[in-house]
Design a protein around this ligand. Structure first.
Ligand SMILES: C[S@@+](CC[C@H](N)C(=O)[O-])C[C@H]1O[C@@H](n2cnc3c(N)ncnc32)[C@H](O)[C@@H]1O
Length: 385
């Protein structure tokens, strides 16, 4: 059964049929990990979307790259197409739309050839519910067109991915905000912090510096030279959270010297989405490797001789106890605990009871209210003692 194409299959096909194509650059291991994370999330998201009531499901990759990287990986949009095949064949009542784009004409040519290859195979396989749109626009122009197009109709689910090589510019950021305001969607933005830090005071790269200043001033209304870069990032996050978005998770991507390269900023209007991104994060990064979400949140010291995982989880619990201090005497719901933990710590949903709630009850810091009986933990409230 057809389940998408691998890198080798696409490359072999292009070579055998003498089809012109370009490779994207050779990518670093952190970029390969980013592609793995986003693709794993798309697959989780497609599972939820396919089982929802909507008719149309859209993944938009505003900056797609060619499709094949020199180092042997597939671009995110091709990974997404392979996931589309898996879900579309099981859900023939839904339409799966991929909108990809690159302003580079060589990369666009390759995107068009990848599109043709998939479309020919879909025709052979009788798959009629995957629609691919390939664009050769500037991301800003395409996003503005999509905002007008999408705000007109409902009954769809949309995931927007914005993945530049450098700090996004002010105009694009403003368009993302407009999109988030008018289109019910989920959004992932690669926020290139390293570019910001290196260049916001770099008189030798005037154009870059001015573009970063523009972002800070025009989008966040903050003076770039008097504001901490992290505060500018946080203001941007707050601006997006003031649209239709309710939840945010920040994934930090570091280089081998432990310096921050970029943040993947994830936004969703829906708690289910937040759960899915955390599951995808753990699936892609696990606990015991350099990219693990738990490793990069803070430096951990091994003082109690526990396993690495236990020790890190204990720190999350200690951090949460600090947060609870300000809530003393109030009654909080399970979902408010979950929302906090999923957004502010590396833990995923499956760990909340064992790592947070049960230990806090045992330490007499939370008193379970048993609103729905003794055994129901998720449908309950807790008094903070
Ligand atoms: C980091 S790569 C994208 C990687 C891809 N999203 C993936 O996950 O495999 C950035 C791509 O965006 C394209 N690009 C950069 N600025 C753009 C813009 N303003 N409009 C359209 N494409 C752009 C570049 O040509 C490059 O191929």
């Amino acid at each position: 059964m057809f389940d998408g194409f691998s890198f080798n299959q696409i490359e072999d096909y292009f070579i055998k049929h003498n089809i012109q194509f370009s490779y994207g650059e050779s990518i670093h291991s952190h970029t390969a990990k980013k592609i793995q994370l986003i693709s794993s999330y798309i697959d989780n998201w497609l599972y939820v979307a396919s089982n929802s009531k909507v008719d149309d499901i859209y993944f938009i990759d505003l900056m797609s790259n060619a499709g094949l990287y020199k180092s042997g990986e597939l671009s995110t949009y091709v990974m997404a197409l392979n996931s589309f095949v898996k879900h579309a064949t099981k859900h023939e009542d839904k339409r799966f739309h991929l909108i990809c784009n690159d302003y580079d004409s060589l990369k666009f040519q390759t995107i068009s050839n990848v599109k043709k290859l998939y479309e020919e195979e879909f025709a052979k396989q009788g798959i009629t519910n995957i629609i691919i749109e390939a664009n050769n626009d500037d991301a800003l122009i395409l996003l503005n067109k999509l905002t007008s197009r999408f705000k007109k109709f409902s009954n769809k689910l949309v995931l927007l991915f914005v993945d530049p090589y450098c700090m996004i510019n002010a105009d694009l950021a403003i368009s993302i905000l407009k999109f988030a305001k008018s289109v019910y969607s989920e959004i992932i933005i690669n926020y290139f912090y390293n570019d910001y830090i290196r260049n916001y005071k770099n008189e030798n790269a005037k154009e870059k510096m001015e573009s970063i200043h523009d972002f800070s001033l025009k989008v966040c209304n903050m003076n770039p030279l008097k504001s901490k870069p992290i505060d500018v990032r946080n203001k941007f996050i707050q601006l997006i959270l003031s649209t239709k978005m309710n939840y945010n998770y920040i994934f930090t991507m570091k280089n081998s010297c432990n310096g921050i390269l970029y943040y993947l900023l994830y936004f969703t209007p829906n708690l289910k989405g937040l759960r899915k991104i955390k599951n995808a994060t753990w699936k892609s990064f696990g606990c015991n490797n350099e990219y693990s979400p738990i490793n990069i949140e803070r430096d951990y010291l091994n003082i109690f001789g526990e396993t690495e995982e236990e020790e890190k989880e204990r720190y999350v619990l200690e951090d949460y106890k600090e947060h609870l201090k300000s809530l003393k005497g109030t009654v909080i719901s399970y979902s408010s605990i979950e929302e906090y933990i999923l957004q502010n710590t590396p833990l995923s949903e499956g760990k909340i009871l064992d790592i947070i709630i049960r230990p806090l009850i045992k330490e007499n810091l939370l008193l379970k209210q048993n609103v729905n009986g003794k055994n129901k933990y998720k449908d309950d409230d807790y008094l903070v003692i």
